[in-house]
Each structure stands twice: as structure tokens, then as C-alpha cells.
Design a protein around this ligand. Structure first.
Ligand code: HEC
Length: 58
């Protein structure tokens, strides 16, 4: 999935799409932001680790 959204919602329960599935909201969710690389992890793991990870200067 491709988009130009950059804001990540770090709530593991958040849904990126409206209930009818027709529209994306204004953020991406952890499954799209993290799990494409971290395939063996869960959204709960990603949510617990998301703040500040992979930021510049770390
Ligand atoms: C483009 C691929 C990619 C994406 C997307 C990505 N990561 Fe990573 N991540 C890596 C790689 C590669 C490493 C190991 C190298 C390093 O530590 O810099 C890593 C390491 C980590 C680590 C430390 C090592 C570990 O496994 O405990 C954490 C925590 C982590 N990522 C969390 C996240 C979270 C949370 C997100 C989403 C906000 C995310 N990553 C998105 C590639 C990615």
C-alpha cells in the first residue's frame, strides 16, 4: 500500500480506514508503518516501541 501520509497513530487498536472501508484517515497505523519490515512482530510490540524509534540522532 502506498500513500503520502506520514503521521503514525501508535494505538495498536486504531484503524486506518473509515468503517465502510472507502476512505483512509489522516494517519497510518502500525501494521503499515512497522510490520512490513518487522514481519515477526505484532502491532502491540510496535505500539510499545514506536515513540522515537528510528528517529534521527539515535
Ligand atoms: C524500512 C524497514 C523498517 C521499518 C519500516 C521499521 N523498522 Fe524498526 N528496524 C529496522 C531494522 C533494519 C532494524 C535493526 C537495525 C537497527 O537497530 O537500526 C530495526 C530495529 C528496530 C528496533 C530495535 C530492535 C528490536 O527488534 O527490538 C525497534 C524497537 C524497532 N525497529 C521498532 C520499529 C517500529 C515501532 C516501527 C514503526 C514505527 C519500525 N521499527 C519500522 C527496520 C525497520
Amino acid at each position: 500500500m502506498r500513500s503520502h501520509l506520514f503521521r503514525i497513530n501508535t494505538d495498536p487498536k486504531a484503524s486506518m480506514f473509515t468503517d465502510d472501508g472507502n476512505f483512509a484517515k489522516d494517519f497510518i497505523t502500525l501494521n503499515f508503518a512497522c510490520l512490513a519490515c518487522h514481519e515477526d512482530r505484532t502491532v502491540e510490540w510496535a505500539g510499545a516501541n514506536a515513540k522515537g524509534i528510528h528517529s534521527l540522532g539515535r
